[in-house]
Structure formats: structure tokens, C-alpha cells
Design a protein around this ligand. Structure first.
Ligand code: NAI
Ligand code: HPV
Length: 386
């Protein structure tokens, strides 16, 4: 029986796929797998038996990736599985930051009880809530991954002039991006030219504070800023005076902090980007399938710390080794197997940056002694037989 711990509410459409061979709970000791959404894991002790963490979603800043790699724990996410949900909320935010829809609705509520006067009061008061159209305006999209590409293409079909910036644009993203999107040469191109700016990059050490005082100073007066990625990408302390002076006309964020809540022209959304049944189902199915394939077969798809690797199984036993990407490591695996009288039928090894992963399909049973010898090799962080 495999054990999977669930740290957030994950769609049963996904968890039902675990099947009868899995014990699944929100509270258990020594799990082999963890399913998670946004729960903060940085302070969590990683169980010794833990093989993998599957993030049902995109962002993995809540997971201690480096610590997981050192422990040979494979971390998965579900690229693109919730991108459409975020795109739709970003489009809603484009309209809501333009047309003052939320304050206008709030004001309309205050007219309750005015009887026959309501329509007169509506016509008298509505001018306070006028706001511009998005048609023809310039939208800058920072980060053209799964979400950024969908937002850019959709905004372009709504008549916006769209500029995109992504120094690491993937080939897939380039294929999916409408040819009408203008390629920005630098982030400054976006900051200085655009009426609306939307951020779709992961939060990491190089993107934290991406939009700070210097960046805001370069933006056009009246710019509208949208952040559906992570709160810490924007420096709140620098943003607040820019909002107060009106230099930033509106800020829509899915990640409000205490200082932003209640501030005029801030649209504070409680992290709803991926909260649609469709996205929750997609993410859960992908996360569970990837986790199962890793636990049962040692195959890796959509990991953020180890390479993609997959091999059909046709031998008695599979040895899976997570290790550092160092020369001559594979030679020591085959030497140890040879010395133990193990016949390797098939093998595959892949690397990704500092880390690598090797699958050895062998025609014998594998003893705990051999696994211990493999694990004792300096570059190896985890060896197991399935
Ligand atoms: N509000 C919500 O509920 C959700 C928020 N997110 C957030 O959105 C982020 C993006 O999600 P996806 O588009 O699915 O991820 P993705 O990995 O497909 O795209 C991220 C893109 O950002 C680019 N990038 C990285 N650093 C950059 C930089 N300094 N400047 C410009 N581009 C840069 C990458 O090259 C990549 O193309 C996630 O990391 C997550 O933090 C994701 C899903 C739901
Ligand atoms: O996928 C992401 O990065 C998200 O931010 C979605 O988070 P959630 O799964 O809704 O807690």
C-alpha cells in the first residue's frame, strides 16, 4: 500500500485516480508522496520515506526545492493546467481596473431604499465611476509562459496593442504566441510604453521585487498594474505612494497583503486565479498521474528539479537513482551491479543542471545491500528498487 499525504483541498477527480493500492489522507506519518497546492512547506520536516511532491498547480515557491533535491525528492508541478482560469481572471481585471466596476457596484448598493429616486440618483452619480476602454491601449505582458501567452493572445483579440517580454521564451510558447504581439527588447520597453502591465513570471530570487521603485518610476502616469503571479514580485512599499499620487491608476492583485487591503484603486482578490472546477480537476489529474508514475515506475514528467525521463518497463526490477550530475557516476553504477552479478537489460540516464537521474532495468532481484552501496556513492542522493 502506497501512502500519499494531501496538504490542500485537491479535486477528487484527481485523487480518485490513486486507486485501491493507495492510502490517501490529510494527516498521516511517513508518506511516500505529497499532494499540495499553496500550503507553505518551507518549515516542514521532510519525511525520510518521501519520494516525491506533486504541486497541483504552477508556482512552486511554497516548496523547498533545493532541500528536496539534496534529499532526492522529485518535485512536480502541472504546467498549463490552470492557465486558462488565470487568463480569464486577468481579463476580468483589465476591465475592472478600467471601468471602476467594483466601487460603482458598491455605490449602487448605497442607493437601496431611495425608492423612485434610484434612477435619478444613478444618473447623477454615475460620472464618478467613468473609466477608459481597453481598445487600442498598450498592454505589456511580462513573462510569456502558459498564462502570459494566453493573456497576450486574448488581449490582442480584444483590440489591445500587446507587447511581450520574456528573455527565456520557450519554443512552445513562441509557437503559441500570436504573430501580432510585439516583442519588447527589454523590460524597460514595457515599463515606459504600456498603459497596462501584467506580470506572469515565477517568484524566485531573481524576480522578487521585479516591480520596485525604479521600475515604477519608469512607467507612464496613469498606468494600471496587474499581478496574478505572486505578491512579492511587486514592492508594496514602493507601490503605495505611486497609488496615492495617482501615478499608478490601479493595481489588481491576486495576492493582497495587509498594507494593500482597503487602499483606493487596489483590487484585492483572494488568490482566486486557479479556483475554477475545470482548473482544479486538470491540476489534480495531472499531479496524481505524475506522482503515481513516479512512485510505481520511477518515470519523471514535469519535474521542476530533476530531468524528464521515461522508459517502458520490460525487466524484472527497476533501479532508480537520483544523483548529482558528475562525470563517471554511471560507470560506478554499472561496476557495482556487475560485482553483484546483476544483469542490466536496459538503462537511461538524463541530467538537468546540477542533478541527474538514472534508470537501470535489471533481470534479477536487487538486494538491500546493493541499494545501500549505490546510495553510499558520493554523488547519489537516493537509490531505490521497484
Ligand atoms: N493566481 C493564481 O492562482 C496563479 C498564479 N500563478 C503564478 O503565475 C506564474 C506563471 O505561471 P505560468 O505561466 O503557468 O508559468 P510558466 O512557467 O509557463 O511561465 C513563466 C514564464 O516566465 C518567464 N520568466 C521567468 N523569469 C522572467 C523574467 N525575469 N522576465 C520575464 N519573463 C520571465 C519564463 O521564461 C516563462 O516563460 C506561476 O509561477 C505562479 O507564480 C500560476 C497559476 C495560478
Ligand atoms: O498554480 C499556482 O501557481 C497558483 O497560484 C494556484 O494556487 P492554488 O492551487 O489555487 O492554491
Amino acid at each position: 500500500m502506497h501512502k500519499v499525504l494531501c496538504l490542500n483541498k485537491i479535486s477528487p477527480i484527481g485523487t480518485d485516480r490513486l486507486g485501491a493500492e493507495y492510502e490517501f489522507s490529510t494527516d498521516m506519518q511517513n508518506p511516500e508522496g505529497i499532494l499540495v497546492r499553496s500550503a507553505a512547506m518551507h518549515d516542514m520536516e521532510l519525511p525520510a520515506e518521501l519520494l516525491a511532491i506533486a504541486r497541483a498547480g504552477a508556482g512552486v515557491n511554497n516548496i523547498p526545492i533545493a532541500k528536496c533535491s539534496e534529499a532526492g525528492i522529485v518535485v512536480f508541478n502541472t504546467p498549463g493546467a490552470n492557465a486558462n482560469a488565470v487568463k480569464e481572471l486577468v481579463l476580468a481585471a483589465l476591465f475592472m481596473t478600467s471601468r471602476k466596476i467594483i466601487p460603482a457596484i458598491e455605490w449602487a448598493k448605497t442607493l437601496k431604499g431611495s425608492g423612485k429616486e434610484v434612477s435619478k440618483l444613478v444618473e447623477k452619480g454615475k460620472s464618478a465611476f467613468a473609466g477608459p476602454e481597453i481598445l487600442g491601449k498598450k498592454l505589456g505582458v511580462i513573462g510569456l509562459g502558459a498564462i502570459g501567452v494566453l493573456v497576450a493572445n486574448a488581449a490582442q483579440t480584444l483590440g489591445m496593442q500587446v507587447y511581450g517580454f520574456d528573455p527565456f521564451l520557450s519554443v512552445d510558447a513562441a509557437w503559441n504566441l500570436s504573430s501580432s504581439i510585439t516583442k519588447a527588447a527589454s523590460i524597460d520597453d514595457i515599463l515606459t510604453n504600456c498603459d497596462y502591465i501584467t506580470i506572469h513570471v515565477p517568484l524566485n530570487d531573481s524576480t522578487r521585487g521585479l516591480i520596485g521603485g525604479d521600475a515604477l518610476a519608469k512607467t507612464k502616469p496613469g498606468v494600471r498594474l496587474l499581478n496574478f503571479s505572486r505578491g512579492e514580485l511587486v514592492d508594496t512599499a514602493a507601490l503605495l505612494p505611486a497609488l496615492e499620487s495617482g501615478h499608478v491608476a490601479a493595481y489588481a492583485t491576486d495576492f493582497p497583503d495587509d498594507a494593500l487591503i482597503g487602499v483606493e484603486n487596489v483590487l484585492a482578490i483572494p488568490h482566486l486565479g486557479a479556483s475554477t472546477p475545470e482548473s482544479e480537476d486538470n491540476c489534480a489529474m495531472m499531479a496524481v498521474d505524475q506522482l503515481k508514475d513516479y512512485i510505481e515506475n520511477g518515470n519523471i514528467k514535469n519535474s521542476v528539479n530533476f530531468p524528464a525521463i521515461s522508459m517502458p518497463r520490460d525487466a524484472q526490477t527497476r533501479i532508480c537513482i537520483a544523483h548529482r550530475n558528475i562525470p563517471n557516476t554511471i560507470g560506478s553504477f554499472t561496476a557495482l551491479c556487475g560485482a553483484a552479478g546483476i544483469n542490466i537489460e536496459n538503462m537511461l540516464s538524463k541530467s538537468r543542471g546540477d542533478w541527474a537521474y538514472t534508470i537501470l532495468d535489471v533481470s534479477n532481484d536487487v538486494t538491500p545491500d546493493l541499494l545501500a552501496e549505490l546510495e553510499a556513492l558520493d554523488p547519489v542522493v537516493r537509490a531505490r528498487a521497484i
